[in-house]
Design a protein around this ligand. Structure first.
Ligand code: CA
Length: 220
């Protein structure tokens, strides 16, 4: 899952980015409203975390512009804790959730997980497919054979697959949703990760569509 973080605070921004990466997200950071808005139009983000008090263009205006142009990416806004009117304005502008500052990064991560689940219309509390349960806390997967640990990239790959069951995902798409701008993103590497993931969760789980990409099989 790739996240756009729009936060101008020179300490909070980079700190949050680190926390979110630790939570298994690829993260691009924008520190002003103009860059943030432009980046948000790229069809590569699964979620946006948007501060409202931003230089150059306020967060609310950024959000309104996205929604006006039918950009429906899930957006979690960060507001000052006491500013109830900011929250109301945020929801009216098209926010999906909010979090008041200051907050614990654990709460932000939990809200992001819930928001992604809602966006993908998953009602279960865990990310599940027939015979597979992804534990987002320990970043491991429970299979018929037991608990299997995953590397960071395997976890990100499997989570993205499980959020998009039955969909053909191209290598480029996978790269875009797994890595941030600063990372080496060679789509050939994906093949190697798919191979390792198949060893852990079963070959039949990830089908190859020649020339198109891969499909995660939720129902065996
Ligand atoms: Ca700010």
């Amino acid at each position: 899952m790739r996240v756009l973080l729009v936060e101008d605070d020179p300490v909070l921004g980079p700190d949050l980015r680190t926390e979110l990466m630790r939570g298994g997200y690829a993260v691009d950071l924008a520190d002003n409203g103009v860059d943030g808005e432009a980046m948000g139009y790229e069809d590569i983000y699964d979620l946006v975390v948007l501060d409202l008090g931003l230089p150059q263009r306020p967060g609310l205006e950024v959000l309104r512009n996205w929604r006006k142009r039918k950009n429906n990416v899930p957006v979690l806004v960060l507001t000052a804790r006491s500013a109830w009117n900011e929250r109301v304005d945020g929801f009216e502008a098209g926010a999906d959730d909010y979090l008041g500052k200051p907050f614990h990064s654990e709460e932000l991560l939990a809200r992001m997980t819930a928001l992604l689940r809602r966006a993908n219309q998953q009602l279960a509390s865990a990310l599940e497919a027939d015979g597979l349960t992804l534990d987002e806390k320990t970043q491991s997967v429970l299979t018929d054979e037991g608990d299997v640990s995953l590397t960071g990239t395997e976890y990100r790959l499997l989570r993205y697959f499980m959020h998009n069951p039955g969909r053909v995902l191209s290598k480029l798409q996978l790269v875009e949703h797994l890595y941030d701008d600063g990372a080496e993103n060679d789509s050939n590497v994906i093949e190697a990760y798919i191979k390792m993931l198949r060893k852990k969760i079963g070959k039949e789980r990830i089908e190859t569509k020649r020339g198109q990409g891969y499909v995660f099989v939720a129902q065996r």
